[in-house]
Design a protein around this ligand. Structure first.
Ligand SMILES: [Cu+2]
Length: 501
C-alpha cells in the first residue's frame, strides 16, 4: 500500500491568500451568461448534429462558428450512473470529425477517438452503460490532426454524471440556477470579426479574447447565496488560474472525474486544457464580484522570458461578472456557502498498488517516448485488470505539457522535483506537468476489452496533440494480440478552411 498523496508537502497551504490578480478594466457591455440547454433524449437517444453556424461571441458581431444542435458549443448531456445511454452524432460539417466523451469509461469502439471518424453526412452512434461516479465530463472532437481547429471553432459540450452519493449531499444542483456550467474558451478575431486561424507555430491556436459559454463579458445573476460552478477549461492551449476578483476563498468539491473525499478551501484552482473543477462559492445579496482567470505568478515553472508571453501565463481575464440579487428563495440552498465536510469517502480511500505494473512516459515536443503518433502502431496493450503506476516526465525544460489518458481515472501520487503549484487533487484524467517535472500516477482503467480498437493517451494542449504528441494502447484479454482492423486515413479533400477555402 502506498502512502497517501505526498504532493501537498511541496505546495503552499490551501487558500493562503496569494491570489491577487491585477485585473483588466471592467467590461463595458455585459450580456446574460448563456446556459447550454440540457439534451433531452428522443426515444432514448441523445442526438447531436454538428454543423456550421453563426454566433455573436463578441457583441453585435456575427462570427462563423461550429456547434452541436446550434451555432456554437453543444447541449449539456446529463446521465446517471448505471444508465444505458445512446449518443448519436450526425456530421453536417464539410470535413471528417469524431466525438470523444472525455473522462468516460467506455468500450474502445465507443470512445470516439481518431479510429472512429464520422464522414460528412454520416451519423455515428455510441452505446454504453455509465459505470462511474458523479462528475463533470465533456465531449469534443478527436479527429487526428484537426482536433485543435475543430474545438477552436466551437465543438465542445459538457456531460454531467449524477449518482446516489452526490444526490444525498447538501450541494447546489439546480441546473442553470445555482449549478452553473462554465465552459471557458479563447480565440483571436480578424478585423471583420471572424475567428483568426493563423497558426502560431509555438502555441497553436491561442486567443487574446477569453469567453464563457460562448460569449465575452457574460453576467450571471446569483439568486442564491451558495452557487456551484462547474469549471471546464475547453481552451485549446491556454491554462487558467481561476479565482475571484477580491481573492475570496471558496470550496473546491470535485476534480476531473468526480467528487473529492472532502472539500478543499482555496482561493484559486488551476486548470490546464481539458481539466475540470467544481467549486462552491458564497455570493452576498446585491454584491458584484468577478470570476477571473488570474494568471500564474510562478509561470507554471516555465522560465521567465522563454515562452511566457506566448503561453499567456501572466495574462488575466474576466470570465464572468457575478451579481448577487435580493435572493428570492428559489432554492433550498440559501444558507450560506457551507458544504458537507465529507463528500465521497470512497474517493479518499487509498488504492492498492502493491502489485501494480509500472510504465514510463517521457514527453518531448512533440513526441512521447521518442515517437510521434502513428495511427497504425499500438504502443502497448494491457491484458490484466489491475491498476497501474505510470511515471510521466516532461522532458522539456521550458515547455508545459498537459497529459490526458482515455478510459481511466488516476491519482497524482507524487511529483518531483518542483515548487510549482498545479492542480493534482482527487481523481483526474488530465494533469498539468510543468517543465522538467515527473509525476507518479496511480491509474484505474475501465474494464472493457477489445483487440481491434485502441484508446489514446496524449498531451491535451491540442496543438501538441495534433502535431503527434499522442500514443495508443489497447485493453485486451490475456493471450490475445492487438489487431487494428481500421486503417482510417483522413481524406485531405474533406479538410477545408472555416470559410470554405
Ligand atoms: Cu504538450
Amino acid at each position: 500500500m502506498l502512502a497517501a498523496c505526498t504532493i501537498d508537502s511541496k505546495k503552499p497551504a490551501d487558500g493562503d491568500g496569494d491570489f491577487a490578480p491585477s485585473l483588466p478594466p471592467a467590461p463595458p457591455v455585459l450580456r446574460p451568461l448563456p446556459i447550454p440547454s440540457v439534451s433531452t433524449p428522443s426515444q432514448g437517444v441523445h442526438r447531436l448534429v454538428a454543423a456550421v453556424g453563426s454566433t455573436q461571441i463578441l457583441p453585435d458581431i456575427n462570427t462563423t462558428t461550429w456547434g452541436f444542435n446550434g451555432p456554437f458549443l453543444g447541449p449539456t448531456i446529463r446521465l446517471s450512473r448505471g444508465e444505458d445511454c445512446v449518443i448519436e452524432c450526425e456530421n453536417r460539417l464539410p470535413e471528417d470529425t469524431a466525438i470523444h466523451c472525455h473522462g468516460m469509461l467506455l468500450p474502445a469502439p465507443m470512445d470516439g477517438g481518431p479510429h472512429s471518424p464520422i464522414r460528412p453526412n454520416e451519423t455515428w452512434r455510441a452505446e454504453f452503460r455509465v459505470e462511474q461516479p458523479a462528475a463533470t465530463l465533456w465531449y469534443h472532437p478527436h479527429i487526428h490532426g484537426r482536433t485543435g481547429v475543430q474545438a477552436y471553432r466551437g465543438l465542445a459540450g459538457m456531460i454531467i454524471i449524477d449518482d446516489d452519493v452526490e444526490d444525498t449531499l447538501d450541494l447546489p444542483r439546480d441546473y442553470g440556477v445555482d449549478d452553473i456550467p462554465v465552459v471557458i474558451m479563447d480565440a483571436n478575431f480578424t478585423s471583420d470579426g471572424q475567428l483568426d486561424e493563423n497558426l502560431d507555430l509555438t502555441v497553436g491556436l491561442q486567443g487574446e479574447k477569453v469567453f464563457v459559454n460562448g460569449i465575452v463579458d457574460p453576467e450571471f445573476q446569483a439568486t442564491t447565496r451558495k452557487v456551484r460552478f462547474r469549471l471546464l477549461n475547453a481552451s485549446t492551449m491556454r491554462f487558467h488560474n481561476i479565482g475571484f476578483s477580491d481573492g475570496r476563498r471558496f470550496y473546491s468539491i470535485a476534480s476531473d472525474t468526480g467528487l473529492l473525499g472532502s472539500p478543499r478551501k482555496v482561493d484559486s484552482v488551476r486548470l490546464g486544457p481539458g481539466e475540470r473543477n467544481e467549486i462552491v462559492v458564497e455570493i452576498q445579496p446585491k454584491e458584484t464580484v468577478l470570476l477571473v482567470s488570474g494568471g500564474f505568478p510562478d509561470n507554471l515553472g516555465v522560465p521567465k522570458g522563454v515562452m511566457v508571453p506566448d503561453f499567456k501565463l501572466q495574462e488575466t481575464a474576466t470570465l464572468v461578472t457575478i451579481r448577487g440579487t435580493t435572493h428570492s428563495p428559489t432554492s433550498r440552498h440559501d444558507d450560506g456557502a457551507s458544504v458537507p465536510a465529507v463528500l465521497d469517502p470512497s474517493a479518499a480511500a487509498p488504492v492498492d498498488l502493491s502489485e501494480a505494473r509500472e510504465r514510463s512516459f517521457e514527453l518531448n515536443t512533440f513526441e512521447i517516448n521518442g515517437q510521434a503518433m502513428d495511427m497504425h502502431r499500438i504502443d502497448f496493450a494491457i491484458d490484466h485488470s489491475d491498476p497501474e503506476i505510470w511515471w510521466v516526465t516532461n522532458g522539456n525544460s521550458d515547455w508545459i505539457h498537459n497529459f490526458h489518458v482515455h478510459n481511466c481515472a488516476f491519482q497524482v501520487l507524487e511529483s518531483s522535483p518542483t515548487d510549482v503549484e498545479f492542480d493534482a487533487y482527487g481523481w483526474k484524467d488530465t494533469v498539468t506537468i510543468p517543465p522538467g517535472v515527473t509525476v507518479k500516477l496511480g491509474v484505474l482503467f475501465g474494464q472493457y476489452r477489445n483487440r481491434h480498437y485502441p484508446y489514446m493517451y496524449h498531451c491535451h494542449m491540442l496543438y501538441h496533440e495534433d502535431q503527434g504528441m499522442m500514443g495508443q494502447f489497447m485493453m485486451i484479454n490475456k493471450g490475445e494480440s492487438p489487431e487494428l482492423d481500421t486503417a482510417y486515413t483522413q481524406d485531405p479533400r474533406n479538410v477545408r478552411g472555416l470559410h470554405g477555402h
